[in-house]
Design a protein around this ligand. Structure first.
Ligand SMILES: NC(=O)c1ccc[n+]([C@@H]2O[C@H](COP(=O)([O-])OP(=O)(O)OC[C@H]3O[C@@H](n4cnc5c(N)ncnc54)[C@H](OP(=O)(O)O)[C@@H]3O)[C@@H](O)[C@H]2O)c1
Length: 351
């Protein structure tokens, strides 16, 4: 099998394509010959050595990747749901940038026709993140007003879709004009292009009474303003901090920028929280991989919505596995919309 291995933190050249022995399924596991692996911003953070769960649970060397699609190669003892050749996809805890993955059969799903082979590799991580944020972490009122930062990205575009399904009024914020139409097509009620206008002033004009929730993975650059936009009982959901990370084409970490961003990270006083009646909540799904209850409930609901045609498959841009650095470069540029995937097969034609 071939896989991408990172031996030490660094730029794009630290993503090494290597040959390794084929995998064997243990009890309750399956080995999947992969067609594609989804690329997430978290994988870039893994490469930089700043992704906490990767440092805590894996260390170096590490193969990034939280999601894959492909065909069952073989199943371990006790697995009766799948047989060799079945098309499947699922969530993995790292290791998905590889032509084979060995995973617990619990988190493997048949590929719905609506998603297809590449679309299913682009689906579970961002949709499960969005589902957890909107439906498991908090209980929002009917017709909640929700502001979504980076609404054209992977998680952001999933949040826009889930808001539409839930009947929430969504305001998407994007950093570049070319993302506006995509976010509208997914069902956002309003889109703010922050490259053209003051996003917080426009958000206040659109929803003068304040938001029930703001979804913010920018971190330092917007958290304070996001908090101010909440109405009493509103929730600021913080799930990332990409604004303190570099956007340079070199792909190298800028520790000075990150340290300065951490120093300027807003602190929220508990006294202010209870007098304002607002909440600040954080989560990171990669620390919840042992929570089968959350993943099963979320994936069941999401796959039902896919089958009912209520979820539009994410827009996918394909790269070959050996060009993983190019995919990372695009994601780091902040210009991508939808999702990126890595194809394992040289004969597959990247779009
Ligand atoms: N906590 C969790 O469980 C969890 C799970 C999945 C993802 N996440 C986080 O959610 C965020 C989105 O992840 P994703 O994979 O879906 O990525 P993405 O949204 O497809 O791409 C990142 C987007 O963030 C914005 N951005 C702002 N500053 C940036 C910077 N310095 N570098 C790159 N992009 C920047 C850009 O959009 P605009 O310019 O349009 O804003 C960019 O398109 C990331 O912060 C990720 O770590 C958290």
């Amino acid at each position: 099998m071939k896989k991408i291995v990172i031996h030490s933190p660094g730029g794009h050249t630290h993503l090494k394509l290597e040959e390794h022995p084929d995998l064997e399924a243990g009890p309750g596991q399956v080995v999947v010959s992969t067609h594609a692996a989804g690329v997430n911003y978290a994988d870039v953070c893994v490469r930089w050595g700043v992704y906490e769960s990767a440092k805590r649970f894996v260390g170096w060397p590490i193969t990034p990747g939280f999601e894959y699609s492909g065909f069952i190669k073989h199943a371990g003892s006790g697995v009766t749901r799948f047989k060799p050749g079945d098309p499947v996809f699922g969530i993995g805890f790292f290791n998905s940038y590889a032509s084979e993955v060995c995973v617990s059969a619990k988190h493997v799903y048949p590929i719905p026709a609506e998603l297809g082979l590449s679309g299913s590799a682009a689906f579970p991580a961002v949709f499960m993140t969005a589902y957890h944020a909107l439906f498991q972490l908090v209980r929002l009122p009917a017709r909640a007003r929700v502001l979504i930062h980076s609404a054209g990205g992977g998680v952001g575009s999933a949040l826009v879709q889930l808001c539409r399904i839930a009947g929430f009024e969504s305001v998407g914020v994007v950093g570049s004009s070319h993302k506006v139409s995509y976010v509208r097509e997914l069902g956002a009620n309003h889109v703010i292009d922050k490259s053209k206008e003051d996003w917080s002033r426009r958000a206040k004009e659109l929803v003068p009474g304040g938001f029930d929730a703001v979804l913010d993975a920018n971190g330092t650059s917007t958290l304070r303003a996001s908090y101010e936009l909440l109405r009493p009982t509103g929730k600021l959901i913080s799930y990332g901090s990409h604004s303190i990370l570099p956007m340079s084409a070199s792909g190298r970490m800028n520790y000075l920028k990150a340290a300065w961003g951490m120093i300027r990270m807003p602190r929220f006083s508990p006294v202010r929280l209870f007098t304002d009646n607002k909440s600040v909540i954080g989560f990171n799904l990669s620390f919840l991989f042992d929570r089968d209850d959350l993943i099963t409930e979320g994936m069941d609901a999401l796959l039902r919505w896919v089958e009912e045609g209520r979820i539009i498959p994410p827009k996918v841009t394909e790269f070959l596995l050996e060009n993983a650095g190019e995919a990372h470069r695009l994601l780091e540029s902040g210009q991508s919309t939808g999702k990126l995937v890595l194809l394992m097969n040289r004969n597959a034609n990247p779009s």
